[in-house]
Design a protein around this ligand. Structure first.
Ligand code: ADP
Length: 269
């Protein structure tokens, strides 16, 4: 009834807003080509869930009263599209911050603690996938210059992908190896892997290998991961074989305890 009409109106308004946004950006000069493409991609990505929401609202208006099951299904669909849209918006905000030249402030962070925290979160992402944490003894008490929140976000993007793109009976491993001056954090899976020809594209915004696969992903995860990596003075590399699995490695420079103490004293004194 009334609520459904209101919801329908809201969807139409959002659609019109996206159209205006697109037109406004199209009028910007060519030097803004990259941003223009981003806005038009974003707009497209937001319109797809809006169309699904619109369709489900129509369905509820037509049949919802007599068929509670139809109504329930439609509402579940709407809920999942809304979730997808809010994921998109928060991912876009991170990238907008990156584009605006925001730099992540860094502080000394104990890597082992972050890895253990992230591992606990990764275990909750899937009940089927076999998850392992392998933390080398040499990494005990090793510190890097980082932001704990962004560091967690980076590792969770890679872990979430590993879990998403492996088979339900597959395995995922988070491992850390430390040598003098550096730490390699590896996220491995024995999932579907990535074709050699596509590997250079996966870090691009909105790039997805198989768009028809409903993974709930935004296609922005690895673009965000690249930015966070770069902000940490780290390096992100990937090795993958189709149908065999993938290994994503983040290499951070480590900070010696003594240097950290000196830095803290400098800033305090
Ligand atoms: P998405 O939201 O689609 O996961 P990402 O930017 O995180 O977007 O990843 C881009 C694409 O790279 C994914 O759509 C997927 O095709 C591919 N990909 C990322 N991680 C893996 C992995 N561990 N195994 C296989 N393919 C992957």
């Amino acid at each position: 009834g009334e609520h459904q009409d209101e919801l329908g109106h809201l969807v139409n308004t959002l659609n019109a807003m996206l159209d205006n946004l697109e037109t406004a950006y199209r009028e910007l000069s060519d030097s803004h080509a990259a941003q223009r493409r981003f806005v038009s991609d974003v707009s497209h990505e937001l319109k797809t869930p809006l169309t699904t929401i619109r369709g489900n609202i129509d369905l509820m208006i037509r049949m919802g009263e007599e068929q509670p099951e139809v109504r329930r299904e439609a509402l579940l669909d709407i809920a999942s599209e809304v979730k997808r849209m809010s994921r998109l918006v928060s991912d876009m905000l991170v990238l907008a911050r990156a584009d605006a030249g925001f730099t992540i402030p860094l502080q000394p962070v104990a890597v082992d603690q972050v890895l253990e925290q992230v591992a606990r979160q990764a275990r909750m992402l899937s009940e089927e996938v076999d998850f392992h944490l392998h933390l080398a003894e040499t990494c005990r008490d090793v510190k890097i210059m980082a932001d704990p929140d962004y560091l967690r976000q980076l590792l969770l993007i890679l872990l979430d992908n590993a879990i998403k793109y492996t088979s339900p009976q597959g395995w995922v491993e988070l491992a850390a190896h430390c040598t003098d001056g550096r730490i390699d954090v590896q996220i491995s899976d024995n999932g579907m892997g990535i074709d050699e020809g596509e590997i250079n594209h996966i870090f691009e915004r909105f790039y997805r290998l198989d768009k028809s696969r409903p993974t709930g992903g935004t296609g922005l995860g690895l673009a965000i991961a690249s930015w966070i990596t770069q902000q940490h003075g780290a390096k992100l590399t990937v090795k993958s074989q189709l149908h065999q699995g993938s290994v994503f490695t983040v290499t951070f420079p480590t900070v010696r305890e003594q240097l950290i103490e000196e830095k803290i004293q400098q800033t305090e004194g």
